[in-house]
Design a protein around this ligand. Structure first.
Ligand code: NIG
Ligand code: FE
Length: 436
């Protein structure tokens, strides 16, 4: 219980439940039956408190009297009265495409009328439509629209997100998108784990082989160069849309191995629309995470469980495209590390992780504790940050949500109502949003 800095930055007190997720500072993920067993400290007298040091790191978890005395003695800067509510970790969104221009509301109407995702894309819409708009947009226009999205994410409880490029598909626009993510990471009270996704689609004037060559020989070396110069520091992952008619297994593997050699973590779209064996391939090349997985095979599940690759499941996309849900229960029961993401993008326009958790519970048959673990510690692990975030333990970053509810489960239970439940969002120990 030692303090990590001289003095304290903030105290949160009068808490009824502290949902730690785990009380082990070294626990990096939970899987199997552990996912249903979140660590909760409870006080019927609303007597719990958390103290945060001047560096924004949790230094004490205890009771009101003891921690208020410490806070008073060191003239703590900020006091947050939880008024008998609950404290949960800031949510981590494991998969987003938040940088883009324009919208695709017209395509939503087409899909409701029966067109499939790939039919829209093959007709020149989908990612191609958004790529055209994003190429035309300036950096500052993209940053402005990302700010609007970021504010809403924060209000919905997200404090860290994975964020992809992938609506440029040419070197110049891919770099522009990564630069926007980098700027946002420096300015917004949100942490971004940037992902290079130049292999999101094949541009109309190219083919799979040419785009693979461009990514491997031009785009990845450019990222390496930028990073060596101290730019694009938040770009940490490489992604490919590994799918029939987009990038097949061989090109996906080639691109991701090149990314891995360049120091990027493999985190890609696998087995969404067709059972290509993406999960098996990803496990074999040491992917940290794979997303979607609606069409994963039993062999893929076994390979992921064995390799500790995280399955980042995306309930909004499965819902909006009316896909068969991924076998979340089977994955959890076989010991796959499961995380969740909003997949926020112009196809799946939802950025609320509480809504995502609700959908995961109802449609993927996850329990509420499993959904919360998947949106905190396990999502943090999918981007390599679970030592620092994703749980409420001494030594972890104070990214916290104060809920206006007597039980934490209200965050998930109240479908589409995160604005009623999330009272304060705390980032690095500082309140960055409060409900009026
Ligand atoms: O994860 N499936 C590929 N990529 C995104 C969709 C991107 C888009 O349609 O703009 C996804 O769902
Ligand atoms: Fe995606």
């Amino acid at each position: 219980m030692a303090a990590f800095a001289d003095g304290f930055g903030s105290i949160i007190f009068n808490i009824r439940q502290i949902v730690q997720i785990t009380d082990d500072p070294n626990c990096l993920y939970l899987r199997g039956a552990e996912m249903a067993d979140v660590k909760v400290i409870e006080s019927d007298a609303d007597d719990l408190a958390v103290l945060v040091d001047l560096d924004g790191v949790i230094s004490h978890i205890g009771c009101n009297a003891e921690l208020k005395a410490l806070a008073k003695a060191s003239k703590v800067k900020e006091s947050v009265d939880a008024e008998g509510g609950c404290l949960v970790p800031g949510l981590v969104d494991g998969h987003t495409h938040p940088v883009f221009a324009g919208d695709r509301v017209h395509e939503f109407a087409m899909k409701l009328a029966g067109a499939s995702y790939m039919e829209v894309q093959q007709a020149g819409g989908g990612i191609h439509f958004t790529t055209k708009k994003t190429r035309e947009a300036t950096e500052s226009e993209l940053l402005e629209s990302l700010e609007v999205v970021g504010v809403e994410m924060l209000k919905a409880g997200t404090t860290t997100l994975e964020a992809k490029s992938g609506y440029g598909l040419d070197t110049e626009t891919e770099m522009k998108m990564l630069e926007v993510i980098e700027m946002a990471n420096g300015i917004f009270p949100l942490d971004f784990s940037g992902t290079f996704c130049g292999a999101h689609a094949i541009p109309k004037d190219s083919d799979e082989w040419l785009q693979t060559e461009l990514i491997v020989n031009e785009m990845i070396p450019r990222i390496v160069e930028e990073k060596a110069e101290g730019r694009l520091t938040c770009v940490e992952n490489i992604d490919v849309f590994c799918e029939k008619g987009v990038f097949g297994i061989d090109s996906s593997k080639r691109i991701m191995e090149a990314g891995k050699s360049a120091g990027l973590r493999i985190n890609f779209h696998a087995d969404e629309l067709h059972p290509l064996g993406g999960a098996e391939m990803g496990a074999s090349i040491g992917a940290r995470a794979m997303s979607h997985l609606e069409e994963i095979s039993s062999e893929g599940i076994a390979a992921m469980a064995e390799s500790k690759s995280v399955a980042v499941l995306l309930p909004t996309t499965a819902y909006m495209l009316r896909l068969k849900p991924p076998p979340a229960r089977e994955m959890i029961d076989h010991g796959v590390i499961v995380a969740l993401g909003s997949d926020f993008n112009p196809n799946a326009f939802c950025l609320s992780m509480p809504t995502v958790m609700h959908l995961a519970c109802v449609q993927f048959r996850m329990s509420m504790p499993e959904a919360l673990v998947a949106s905190t510690l396990n999502a943090a692990y999918s981007i390599g940050r679970s030592k620092r975030i994703g749980a409420i333990t001494v030594g972890r970053q104070a990214d916290l949500l104060v809920l206006e509810a007597p039980k934490w489960e209200h965050l998930i239970y109240r479908f589409g109502c995160h604005a009623m439940v999330i009272k304060h969002v705390i980032k690095n120990g500082k309140v960055v949003f409060s409900k009026s």
